[in-house]
Ligand binder design. Structure first.
Ligand code: NAD
Ligand code: UDP
Length: 309
């Protein structure tokens, strides 16, 4: 697995290990943390996925390495694009050489600021190629392109999953995403920072649901086309703030900040394909997931500055 020390990757590691798999991880710890990694991981390569060491053959490669939070991926856009594209090419080469199955973590960001709602896999997207989010959005689009062409040209066994906003325990409290910001702020007595008027929407998927979807996508005999994985429940950011207030049980101050450039207005996955092909749909409600995530943030306090401890 690449990116196994990250938020989603570490949960996927746990799940694979609990199913009896042997797991090796390649991660450069740019946004991941050693303490996220289960001790049962067999080999850990602290390397850049875009320039990997000589790797042994694997049955299945889960390729997740890439920063995912907007402030983190915009901090070094050149590195982000390089990771998304060259990192994917490097892992596709591994899959081609060793005839490994490969699952690639793509994103709902490939739909950009969508003109079609909810987003089906057949929608081509509405993406700014030269904006602040482009290093990630276009990097992931290019990764899907090259991966699909590897399948056409070399016949590799490819699976592309388009992940929608995912949250849960082990998120880095300082990664700048809305769920981690809001929970950290609520637990520190700081105002919730709402970008814009809070009317933009997202669909939030709890991490255990997502991991189950990724496992099924890795296991199924054939998955010819990209697949959305996400929770179709859609919430405005203002509603997310209301829900957090209800869960913590006291009023929370709110502070409005400017809306970031190219911030998508709406986001909701159509998961018909995942349901039909994998029998998958998310089970954890936003309220239950946020409650568990708050408990995990509380267990990890004090967080220290910028660490995902
Ligand atoms: P994360 O930042 O917590 O994890 C990413 C991991 O990749 C980290 O451990 C990081 O150190 C590692 N990494 C980054 N660049 C690397 C490089 N060049 N070489 C080696 N390792 C590198 O992010 P996450 O939320 O766990 O996301 C995992 C994957 O899922 C990413 O590919 C992301 O694009 C995708 N995704 C996540 C979400 C989400 O809501 N979390 C949504 C859509 C897609
Ligand atoms: N957002 C917000 N306050 C924050 C962080 C984010 O209002 O403290 C908004 C952000 O503008 C976006 C939404 O929440 O509209 C989701 O942001 P996030 O960074 O979590 O994910 P993404 O934009 O990549 O979907």
């Amino acid at each position: 697995m690449t990116g196994g020390a990250g938020f989603i990757g570490s949960h996927l590691c746990d799940s694979l290990l609990s199913h009896g798999a042997t797991v090796d991880v390649l991660d450069n710890f740019s946004t991941g943390f050693a303490q996220n990694l289960p001790t049962k991981v067999r080999t850990l390569w602290k390397e850049d996925v875009a320039a990997p060491p000589a790797l042994p053959p694997y049955d299945l490669i889960f390729h997740l390495a890439c920063p995912a939070s907007p402030p983190r991926y915009q901090a070094d856009p050149v590195a982000t694009f390089r990771t998304a594209v060259f990192g994917t090419v490097a892992m596709l080469e591994e899959a081609r050489k060793h005839r490994s199955r490969i699952l690639i973590a793509s994103t709902s960001e490939i739909y950009g600021d969508p003109l079609e709602h909810p987003q089906k896999e057949t929608y081509w997207g509405h993406v700014n190629p030269v904006g602040l989010r482009s290093c990630y959005d276009e990097g992931k689009r290019a990764a899907e392109t090259i991966a699909t062409d590897y399948r056409r040209k070399y016949g590799i066994d490819l699976r592309i999953v388009r992940i929608f906003n995912t949250y849960g325990p082990r998120m880095d409290p300082f990664d700048g995403r809305v769920v981690s910001n809001f929970i950290r702020q609520a637990l520190s007595g700081e105002p919730l920072t709402i970008y814009g008027d809070g009317s933009q929407s997202r669909s939030f998927c709890y991490v255990s649901d997502l991991v189950e979807g990724i496992l099924r996508a890795g296991r199924v005999v054939r998955l010819p086309d990209p697949l959305n994985l996400g929770n179709p429940g859609e919430f405005t950011i203002a509603l997310l703030a209301d829900l957090l207030e209800e869960v913590v049980g006291h009023p929370l101050k709110r502070e409005h900040r400017p809306l970031p450039e190219d911030d998508p207005r709406r986001r909701r996955p159509d998961i018909t394909r995942a349901h039909e092909l994998l029998g998958w749909s998310p089970e954890v409600s936003l309220r239950a997931g946020i409650t568990r995530t708050i408990e995990n943030f509380l267990e990890r306090k004090p967080w220290g500055g910028g660490s995902g401890a």
